[in-house]
Write a protein that binds this ligand. Structure first.
Ligand SMILES: Cc1cc2nc3c(=O)[nH]c(=O)nc-3n(C[C@H](O)[C@H](O)[C@H](O)COP(=O)(O)OP(=O)(O)OC[C@H]3O[C@@H](n4cnc5c(N)ncnc54)[C@H](O)[C@@H]3O)c2cc1C
Ligand code: SF4
Length: 477
């Protein structure tokens, strides 16, 4: 009888790929986890219990066929594992790196819930597709036949690019417009290299252009080309512009020099790591070197800022958050990584204002958690008489993002938006009330996750293809 390759969770402990020590990783922007070696990936994949009803799959926004590709990995059938993984996920190696797995697939893992420690699903997913790239299994798309229909996609983030990939596979003519000089959206300019090295994203961009997708970069829709022109040039248009308006802070001194926005700071750092000239970094405006840095916020963007500041050589890095650790929105894994790297967290601390013409301190109010609100979340309340000043010569605001006002910017009063400014679109298809206009990703959901943008892009492409096919069938009658 063949040896049972799976269900090893009873004898094999959960083990992540080796994490580089903080004193080594603090000196560079490379990913903090070393790649799995083959034997380790096979061993970790073999822990899967091959559930009949796989909760990991239902907790993954893409419903990836996880038990199957874990089985293929454990039995050394990596090319098949790659084919299964790529069939449901446009960018598996990216999701393997950046998904908050503890809240998604691994959070649903049955062996985790029985106390054995989850299968390292994300790390194996990354391993499979990294190996596929190394072996030349990832190829440009060659559609079986070309189609006459064309789709214009505004925004080259994961949502727009996932749609581009699916449409191109079906032979559709695809043009992606983006105001940046490189495609990838926040994968390129938001998320730092220590979570996602940039060559991983650039390889995917090249794969798409090699597949016949046209990328029109440095093209700001609303300025360089109008939305109406794009609509007239294509049979369908997908809006995938993400959310970029930073939430702001008021209070005395809020306009002082040295108080900067998180995305400006992270973009400058990512550009520098591409080798670009970044005057705002050279001038010191967006450079933490030698400074006392205070980051305000408790989400993943704040975690990316504090860890970037450490790598830029800050004298000290503090993170202020108005709730406590248990109530922060950012992932616990990233908070732990930040602490290992030397970041100090000031929980239950909210900014009230700033001191200095060029900022030299943050006026901080101490908070406590009060009664739960309607959503069940405890609201922070000020502790009177406990204010203090936190020294700072660079303050980074990481308080979240909102959508830009697209109907005004694009002169499209009929583009339907919600009261939060996100585009109103059907979640399953991305269709808006404007004929032939779709929307996907953060611009629909508000600030969310890469994997959800991919899911939206794929669903939307499928809906557009159905519509094209239906129109063809009518024309043929
Ligand atoms: C700092 C940071 C860290 C994050 N970390 C994670 C993480 O670890 N894991 C995770 O899953 N998610 C993370 N996210 C969230 C994730 O990056 C987003 O949810 C995802 O990128 C959204 O994809 P999208 O395609 O909707 O938009 P985006 O990635 O924002 O792409 C939108 C694109 O549209 C372009 N665009 C906008 N307006 C125009 C216009 N008028 N004309 C032309 N082009 C335009 C932009 O230049 C951009 O390239 C993070 C976000 C940030 C800010
Ligand atoms: S895409 Fe994300 S949630 Fe789905 S299996 Fe991969 S890491 Fe898990």
């Amino acid at each position: 009888m063949a040896k049972q390759p799976m269900l090893k969770f009873v004898t094999v402990e959960r083990d992540m790929p080796e994490k580089r020590s903080a004193d080594v990783r603090n000196d560079d922007f490379l990913e903090i986890y070393a790649p799995f070696i083959k034997a380790k990936a096979e061993e970790q994949a073999s822990r899967c219990s091959q559930c009949g009803v796989p909760y990991c799959q239902s907790h993954c926004p893409l419903h990836n066929n996880i038990p199957d590709w874990l089985n293929m990995t454990a039995t050394g059938r990596l090319e098949e594992a790659y084919a299964i993984s790529q069939a449901t996920n446009t960018f598996p190696e990216i999701c393997g790196r950046i998904c908050p797995q503890d809240r998604l697939c691994e959070g649903g893992c049955v062996i985790e819930n029985s106390g054995h420690g989850t299968v390292t699903i994300g790390a194996v997913e990354k391993y499979i597709t990294d190996t596929a790239w190394e072996n030349g299994w990832v190829k440009p798309i060659t559609p079986l036949a070309e189609r006459a229909e064309s789709v214009g996609i505004i925004g080259a983030g994961p949502g727009g690019l996932a749609a581009a990939d699916m449409l191109r596979r079906a032979g559709v003519q695809v043009t992606v417009y983006d105001r940046y000089d490189r495609a990838g959206g926040l994968l390129t300019y938001g998320i730092p290299g220590f979570k996602l090295e940039k060559d991983v994203v650039m390889k995917r961009n090249t794969q798409l252009t090699d597949s016949g997708v046209t990328l029109k970069l440095n093209c700001n829709v609303g300025e360089d080309i109008s939305f109406d022109e794009i609509r007239a040039a294509h049979d369908a248009v997908i809006i995938a512009t993400g959310v970029y308006k930073s939430r702001d802070l008021g209070g005395p001194g809020a306009g002082a020099k040295g108080i900067v926005k998180a995305l400006d700071y992270l973009t400058a750092s990512n550009r520098l790591n591409f080798g670009d000239t970044v005057p705002e970094y050279d001038s010191g405006e967006l450079n933490a070197d030698g400074k006392k840095v205070v980051v305000i916020g408790g989400g993943d963007t704040a975690m990316d800022c504090v860890r970037t500041a450490i790598r830029q050589g800050a004298e000290s890095v503090k993170c202020l958050y108005r709730r406590d650790r248990a109530n922060m929105p950012g992932s616990q894994r990233e908070t732990q990584n930040a602490e290992e790297e030397g970041v100090v967290f000031e929980w239950l601390a909210a900014p009230k204002g700033f001191t200095g013409d060029a900022v030299d301190g943050v006026m901080v109010q101490r908070m406590r958690l009060g009664a739960p609100d309607a959503s069940g979340r405890q609201s922070p309340e000020v502790i009177e008489g406990a204010d203090y000043v936190e020294e700072a010569d660079l303050v980074i605001k990481a308080l979240g993002f909102e959508p830009e006002d697209l109907p005004t910017l694009w002169n499209q009063p009929d583009l339907p938006v919600t009261r939060w400014g996100t585009v109103k679109a059907e979640f399953t298809t991305g269709a808006t009330d404007l004929d032939g206009v779709y929307a996907v990703g953060d611009i629909v959901r508000g600030a969310s996750l890469g994997v959800w943008a991919i899911r939206d892009g794929r669903d939307c492409a499928e809906a557009i293809l159905k519509k094209f096919d239906a129109a063809k069938a009518v024309a043929a009658e």
